[in-house]
Design a protein around this ligand. Structure first.
Ligand SMILES: C[S@@+](CC[C@H](N)C(=O)[O-])C[C@H]1O[C@@H](n2cnc3c(N)ncnc32)[C@H](O)[C@@H]1O
Length: 303
């Protein structure tokens, strides 16, 4: 099946809004890349560094209605920043194989925190004695290259280092490729439940669990409506701000007394609303952590 890719070159201050508008149009994947291949760097906390010439791409499986889509993006842009013209957006059709090559070339082993490495299945682990998560995301979201995923992986790694993950049960809402649930298991959790509304995500999670020799009984995957109303000591949810707010009562309801939660997929200007929604559900929220314009919120249900 061919894919439609929208692509624009923007200065760093425009990347976040364009990314948001492409997601609102239902992008299956979003990419942020340096147009000149500057080396990746660790941003300082509280800053939103992006490359001076950032290429933002959005991938769509719906090839119809491209003109209407571009018109909606332009209209939304003018509404939000009437003083700046909408960046010029090109589009092209990618054959399936092109698409695979496109993202594979940008996906190399990534270190997350102190102990964890995310290693594409076609690479050798750079540190054989590290906690290596071997990953092939298929068509599901979650390679670790996106800041929303990286923020959650670093949180899980931190919990493992401080001994708070060992032998615990984890719930991962919106598991995508399974990256967070599998990382939690590899970092010492005893059991993980992963849910997703997308059957391709559940399939990719299953395959990645096998790839990482995860015991079949350690990971349960299901659609959200099939999940029992259990409470967990550790919960992750990397879905967008809208669903995080809409589902606040359900998601927070899964956090056990004393349990911890990480919420991701939140843009800087949405963080206050998400935080408020979870405080109203009885969670005590920590100071937000930001990476490349994306915010991770963490909190705890006081025992
Ligand atoms: C941004 S991806 C995150 C994937 C992975 N957990 C990660 O951190 O990279 C969000 C995932 O949430 C799923 N999703 C969206 N809304 C959901 C919902 N209401 N319940 C469960 N999953 C949802 C999407 O299908 C997608 O796979």
């Amino acid at each position: 099946m061919p894919w439609l890719q929208l692509k624009a070159h923007v200065p760093p201050e425009q990347a976040e809004l364009l990314e948001e508008l492409l997601l609102e149009e239902g992008a299956t994947a979003i990419g942020l890349q340096d147009a000149h291949d500057d080396p990746v760097f660790e941003p300082e906390r509280g800053t939103t560094p992006l490359w001076q010439d950032t290429v933002v791409t959005g991938l769509y499986d719906d090839l119809e209605g491209i003109d209407a889509m571009l018109a909606r993006i332009e209209a939304a842009w003018s509404e939000q920043v009437p003083d700046e013209p909408c960046p010029s957006i090109d589009y092209e059709l990618l054959a399936d194989r092109d698409w695979e090559r496109e993202w594979m070339k940008d996906f190399t082993p990534l270190r997350m925190g102190e102990r964890l490495w995310i290693v594409p299945s076609w690479h050798e682990p750079p540190e054989s004695d590290a906690v290596n998560l071997i990953l092939d995301p298929g068509l599901a979201f979650g390679t670790g290259t996106h800041p929303t995923t990286a923020l959650c992986l670093k949180w899980l790694d931190g919990l493992a280092v401080s001994g708070q993950l060992a032998s615990q049960s984890v719930l991962d809402i919106g598991c995508g490729s399974g990256i967070l649930a599998i990382a939690a298991l590899k970092l010492g959790a005893a059991h993980a439940d992963g849910t997703d509304i997308d059957p391709q995500a559940l399939q990719a999670s299953r395959e990645n669990a096998e790839r990482n020799q995860i015991d079949e009984t350690a990971l349960t995957l299901c659609y959200p409506e099939q999940l029992a109303k259990s409470r967990y000591p550790i919960v992750t949810a990397n879905i967008l701000a809208g669903p995080l707010i809409e589902l606040a009562s359900t998601i927070a309801g899964h956090v056990a007394p004393g349990g911890r939660i990480a919420l991701s997929g939140i843009l800087a200007n949405q963080a206050d609303d998400v935080m408020q929604a979870y405080q109203q559900e009885g969670l005590s929220m920590d100071t937000p952590v930001m990476q490349e314009g994306w915010v991770r919120l963490t909190g705890q249900r006081i025992a």
